[in-house]
Ligand binder design. Structure first.
Ligand code: PLP
Length: 408
């Protein structure tokens, strides 16, 4: 449309005039997450030769740093791709067409991994679960007991289901597999848990870890990786799934032990800085901070849930997520109306409901570069948005969050 046409466009086609938003966008999505200023500065680099000594020094330190965050001494492969690329790498590198994978249902993201496996010609069996309660370990044990011939080659588990705010306890899952004596590879998606709460690749016997840049690692989107055990690497040698760009064997022959093509150097300058931030704070303190903020959010939601108000989607306290909280709207009220007020009136961005939860839930991300006043600002804005949207709720959620932060 030209300027003249725009000037004469019917009123119905012109956007409603709104004053421009001022102040920082309060970003409380469960990924991507806030990028710390020092990481923004670190990624703002001119191009360098990815084989240069200076860059290789940064790259090698990132490889070691990511291993420390994963708590592994085994292998890591990086990809220039979002988390979906690492999901695909996890499947094509160890499975063959017609192989069976057992995927534990957690929510929208376990369904996504399932669809990808099916599209690649893998047979998927699912341990069904109630999204509000999380998968039952007994049901997983039963599925493994029903497979005495060990047809199941891998088990896919989403550590933190970003759509529901629910954690799948991986150490318990490993114990169930060991008790069953099942040799399947254990794959864990840690995209929204890594760097936010406890994860231990080697101690928990995880064979393939799927991670991404844009959540707990506080980087821009566009890089993902897999942690890979020696056992998974041995299985890889027998995999006949077609692959090229994501092929670990091809990657192992290269200097970076990753990347068939150009290395995204700027992301590694950012990663070096985000690893420095995580390790300066120490992972234990990072996890404690996430827990404190998550408890404050849950305290606020519990208060809002009075008067038939919005409530915690996750009904299982032993599976509460310290990185994201999904909040279920009362019947007859649309979460999108609340999100719209938050964004347009208060410049606050929270996540929406995914898949079947669209319109039914909104999600507060409390992971990454976040502190108490940031979370309180978000909660206060949500409380105002509930009021403005005419959603019934108990008053005083922010007070409860403050009390929780003071007590913890
Ligand atoms: N798995 C989980 C748990 C996620 O939260 C996401 C994205 O939010 C994905 C997989 C997909 O990752 P990406 O969007 O980076 O491709």
């Amino acid at each position: 449309m030209t300027a003249t046409q725009a000037a004469t466009a019917p009123a119905s086609l012109t956007p409603e005039p709104r004053p421009p938003a001022r102040g920082r966008l309060f970003f409380a999505n469960p990924g991507p997450t806030n990028i710390p200023d020092s990481v923004l500065r670190a990624v703002s680099q001119a191009s360098v030769d990815f084989m240069s000594t200076d860059f290789l020094r940064v790259y090698d330190s990132c490889m070691e740093g990511v291993k420390r965050v994963l708590k592994t001494t085994q292998h890591v492969f990086f990809y220039t791709a979002s988390g979906h690329g690492a999901w695909e790498a996890s499947l094509v590198n160890v499975l063959s067409p017609g192989d069976t994978i057992l995927i534990i249902e957690t929510g929208y993201f376990s369904l996504g991994w399932t669809q990808m496996a099916e599209a690649l010609g893998v047979k998927v069996e699912t341990v069904k679960a109630d999204w509000r309660m999380g998968a039952d370990m007994g049901a997983i044990a039963q599925a493994l007991a029903a497979d005495p011939e060990h047809r199941i080659k891998a088990i896919g588990a989403v550590h933190n289901e970003t759509a529901t705010g629910s954690v799948l306890p991986l150490a318990e899952l490993r114990a169930v597999m060991d008790a069953a004596g099942h040799p399947a590879l254990l794959m864990a998606d840690t995209i929204s848990s890594l760097g936010s709460f406890d994860f231990r690749m080697d101690e928990w016997g995880i064979d393939i870890v799927v991670g991404g840049s844009q959540k707990g690692l506080m980087l821009p989107t566009g890089m993902s990786f897999t942690g890979v055990s020696d056992k998974a690497l041995a299985v890889h040698k027998t995999s006949t799934m077609p692959k090229h760009y994501l092929d670990w064997s091809a990657m192992m022959g290269r200097r970076h032990k990753s990347f068939i093509g150009t290395v995204p150097t700027t992301l590694f300058y950012g990663l070096a800085e985000s690893l420095r931030l995580l390790e300066d704070e120490t992972l234990d303190h990072v996890f404690a901070r996430h827990h404190r903020l998550a408890e404050a959010v849950r305290a606020a939601v519990r208060v809002w849930s009075a008067n038939n108000g919005p409530q915690l989607f996750n009904l299982n306290p032993s599976r509460y997520s310290d990185s994201v909280t999904a909040i279920l709207m009362p019947e007859g009220h649309n979460a999108e109306a609340v999100r719209k007020i938050l964004l347009e009136r208060f410049n606050v961005s929270v996540g929406g409901g995914l898949g079947p939860l669209g319109g039914k839930v909104f999600r507060i991300g409390h992971l990454g570069d976040l502190n108490e006043p940031m979370i309180l600002g978000t909660l206060a804005s949500v409380e105002m948005a509930l009021e403005l949207a005419g959603v019934p709720h108990g008053k005083g959620g922010v007070d409860a969050a403050m009390a929780s932060l003071v007590a913890n």
